[in-house]
Design a binder for this molecule. Structure first.
Ligand code: ACO
Length: 320
């Protein structure tokens, strides 16, 4: 049995922040941000949290799948911005949904998180361990961004996306994932400093750091390689794929990958212009968007691609 997505949902914070507004708090402009990233606006959490958005996205995914919360036997949340270090976000979601029969835990793989989580669910389903899962990607990146750093605060945003997955005869066809910890310095955020009584030096809170150029080079090289590996394992060609759902980091990264693979723009839905970079949530939010628009037909072949901090990357071919 393989993992088949049977319902999707998403949740974006109410507050929309435009590039023009950002230019009132840091020295930037709509022209700079949109020409270099494709981003025009993003949703930023005020009252929403990673768990509340996850729950909302999860509810919508359950509704769209026609599955009851009690029928879930697994909930995985991919996030690098949990509200609490313990309990994990998935347990908070389990409690809110009343998914009393599910085992619930989080995984941390930044922008690859949703694809990694789906891959894990697929492995469980191939092994016959779980039958019905809820997979969520969710972030409140606005909490860890330095709002005085124009090189990062214009990129990141908040939101959650979810998919209900069941063990079925068709679904995931093949996947590839990888990590390169030696390049972890390209994007990192430290956890709270150690303030135990034996530490003498007290340090200020840290924010997200990113070497934009390094990430760009990594993404445009590694993602096409990973997609080709996944296609080979799936016995498919680039033309066989109907939809490429890329992590929404930056429109220029996506355009470069598409050019390298000779994939036409019509096959690459985007929402980075409206949602910014929501890390683990981005592929899941995009998937829900195209699903709700009725763009996905039974039998369509999808290629999901996540890439980000770690560095990590994951691609997955799915038959819808
Ligand atoms: N507004 C105006 N000027 C800015 C801004 C801003 N928001 N941010 C940086 N600049 C300035 C810089 O200070 C620099 O000025 P200087 O030349 O006087 O020093 C100048 O613009 C050029 O800076 P670069 O970093 O070289 O700009 P670049 O054209 O490379 O674009 C960007 C930066 C968009 C981050 C690019 O490197 C990129 O796309 N990187 C990919 C990283 C990415 O998308 N990460 C997403 C998160 S990671 C992930 O999801 C995997």
């Amino acid at each position: 049995m393989r993992a088949q997505i049977i319902g999707t949902g998403s949740c974006l914070p109410e507050k929309i922040v435009t590039n023009d507004f950002l230019s009132t708090i840091v020295e930037t402009s709509d022209e700079w941000i949109s020409s270099r990233t494709g981003i025009r606006q993003r949703h930023i959490a005020i009252n929403e949290t990673t768990a509340s958005m996850s729950t909302e996205a999860g509810k919508k995914a359950l509704e769209s799948a026609g599955v009851k919360a009690e029928d879930l036997d697994l909930i995985i949340v991919a996030t690098c911005t949990p509200d609490t270090l313990v309990p994990n976000t998935a347990c908070l979601v389990q409690s809110e949904l009343g998914a009393v029969n599910a085992v619930a835990f989080d995984i941390s793989a930044a922008c690859s998180g949703f694809v990694f989580a789906l891959n894990m669910v697929d492995a469980y389903m191939q092994a016959g361990i779980y039958k019905t899962a809820l997979v969520i990607g969710a972030e409140t990146l606005s909490r860890i961004v330095d709002w005085s750093d124009r090189s990062t605060c214009v990129l990141f945003a908040d939101g959650a996306g979810a998919a209900v997955v069941r063990a079925a005869e068709r679904g995931v066809i093949a996947s590839t994932q990888g990590s390169d910890g030696t390049r972890g310095g390209a994007i990192y955020v430290k956890n709270r400093e150690n303030y135990n009584p034996f530490v003498t030096e007290q340090k200020p809170m840290d924010y997200l750091y990113m070497d934009g150029g390094e990430v760009f080079k990594f993404a445009v090289k590694k993602v096409p390689q990973s997609i080709l590996q996944t296609l080979e394992a799936a016995k498919l060609t680039t033309e066989d794929i109907d939809w490429y759902l890329f992590h929404q980091a930056n429109a220029r990264i996506t355009a470069t990958i598409a050019k390298r693979l000779k994939v036409p723009n019509e096959k690459i839905p985007m929402n980075v212009d409206r949602c910014g970079n929501t890390s683990a949530a981005s592929v899941a939010i995009l998937l829900d968007e195209v699903n709700r628009k009725g763009m996905l037909k039974k039998g369509d072949k999808l290629m999901l691609a996540g890439f980000g901090s770690g560095l990590t990357w994951g691609t997955m071919a799915i038959e819808w």
